[in-house]
Design a protein around this ligand. Structure first.
Ligand code: ZN
Length: 475
């Protein structure tokens, strides 16, 4: 209403007039009605007291285990999800077939030859090729970061093993990950283009223990693929110290990793059908696949578990939401977003409109902040959501949320997003390592998460008006 005050610019006044004349419906959502806020706060309190997302995470990590895309564990996870979702009270559950890239880790070995023999804790990077059968034994050249390698002359690199030493910074919002991950995704191609035999990176993680951090890499077209490994931070420290001491460092590397032909997997989609606007979708996304070194507890069994439990509480409400609340458990986030791309391609052909999305893929730390990525017109709804979240210790953030990796393909089409930010200070000690196991998960923190997701999703699924563009684009 403030926009219809006399101080409003001419263009806004025009739209105010057309509203008064009933020429155009308001695109944005008005503040939620008190009854809806009351329902949302009751749902929040019930979820905080009684939810048990931990049980879903226990089941996925204990009864299925690691589930890299295309593996037997991945297929077991799809079956697990279809079975478990059927116990929750959805109106419709279906698998959406997805072709996924497949890769076999095999075994990896890395050890120092010179200045003294010492085994290193190492892991192959996802999608890396293996070494020749006899392994690779060569002198090592160290670079402070990827930019230094990019600036190197081929003669510094040719015939050597490249070691990129760049560290990841520990941050509450996990923002150290994006910059540090560049050396993992691009490093092998940059090193190979300069004639390197193999690449070793300092793990993209913050653990000070001897855990190596895996994660996907990719080879640029036209570049000869070279084997790529990550070593634990303490092992990287050792190499660094040896270089600082002026030693010549030589490594032995062996890996039997290989890329396989594409495999079949599936997104798992489940709907709580909207009572008033069933073709308007509020989508909650989490990836079902995981890396294989641990059991993928925080990446991403807890994300899956939080959303399943959120849906269970929404399904237990005395009435159905106005809009359809949909959970999508995505295939192969880790090695290439295959499930995300398949889902969005189908969504663009659909009659259903994706009104807003939220993704759970940030670990199991307490949620401390709530961000949005919506049109300004929807700010009154975001303000109301913030009020509902405040008693959970969650502060309001900004409007620069981009969604998560799996929702990025819908976001790119214009879909608005919400983002509940988990405290990631300790997440990257575990993420993508053998140490990502269930014992690190605090069941109480999951209760807070379910309370937060359930209350904001309930508001989004019932409030009048949109949050901005919808996917596919509405009228
Ligand atoms: Zn993840």
């Amino acid at each position: 209403m403030a926009r219809c005050l006399p101080a409003a610019p001419a263009a806004l006044l025009l739209s105010c007039f057309s509203l008064l004349l009933g020429l155009a419906a308001p695109a944005g959502a008005a503040a939620p009605k008190p009854g809806l806020l009351k329902e949302a706060s009751q749902l929040r309190d019930r979820a905080l007291a009684d939810s048990d997302a931990w049980q879903h995470a226990w089941s996925l990590t204990t009864e299925v285990g690691p589930r890299p895309a295309g593996s037997a564990g991945d297929r077991a996870a799809v079956t697990w999800a279809l079975t478990r979702l059927a116990e929750i009270g959805f109106d419709e559950i279906r698998p959406q077939p997805v072709e996924v890239s497949a890769w076999e880790r095999g075994t990896a070995e890395a050890r120092i030859i010179r200045p003294f023999p010492q085994p290193l804790v190492a892991t192959a990077l996802g999608r890396s090729v293996g070494t020749p059968e006899a392994g690779i034994e060569a002198p090592v050249v160290r670079f402070e970061n990827l930019a230094a390698l990019e600036a190197a002359k081929p003669e510094e690199v040719r015939g050597r093993i490249v070691f990129i030493d760049e560290r990841m910074e520990r941050e509450r919002d996990g923002s150290g990950y994006g910059p540090a991950v560049q050396k993992r995704t691009r490093g092998p191609s940059v090193a190979a283009a300069r004639g390197a035999l193999a690449l070793v990176i300092r793990s993209v993680g913050t653990s000070t223990h001897r855990f190596a951090h895996t994660g996907a890499t990719r080879y640029e077209e036209g570049v000869r693929p070279i084997p790529a490994f990550a070593i634990s931070n303490p092992d990287a420290d050792l190499l660094t110290a040896q270089f600082a001491a002026g030693e010549e460092v030589e490594l032995y590397l062996h890996s039997s990793a290989r890329n396989l032909s594409p495999a079949r997997s599936a997104n798992v989609i489940a709907d709580i059908r909207g009572a008033g606007k069933p073709d308007e979708i509020v989508i909650m996304g989490a990836h079902l696949d995981s890396w294989d070194l641990g059991t993928g507890a925080q990446d991403n069994a807890t994300g899956v578990a939080i959303l399943m439990e959120t849906a269970r509480f929404i399904a237990m409400m005395p009435r159905r939401p106005e809009r359809t609340v949909r959970i999508v458990l995505y295939a192969n986030e880790e090695r290439g977003l295959d499930g995300s791309r398949s889902y969005t391609a189908a969504a663009l052909q659909s009659e259903q409109r994706h009104v807003i999305g939220i993704e759970a893929d940030g670990g199991a730390g307490l949620i401390y902040r709530f961000d949005s990525g919506v049109d300004e017109e929807a700010f009154p709804v975001i303000d109301a959501m913030r009020e509902i979240l405040a008693p959970l210790g969650i502060e309001g953030g900004d409007n620069s949320a981009t969604g998560g990796a799996d929702l990025s393909t819908l976001r790119a089409e214009g879909m608005p997003v919400l983002s509940l930010r988990h405290d990631a200070s300790e997440y990257f000690d575990l993420h993508h390592t053998a140490n990502d196991t269930l014992d690190k998960v605090d069941p109480e923190a999951l209760k807070q998460a379910v309370a937060a997701y359930a209350s904001v999703v309930w508001i989004a699924a019932n409030v009048a008006g949109d949050f901005g563009a919808t996917v596919p684009a509405g009228e």
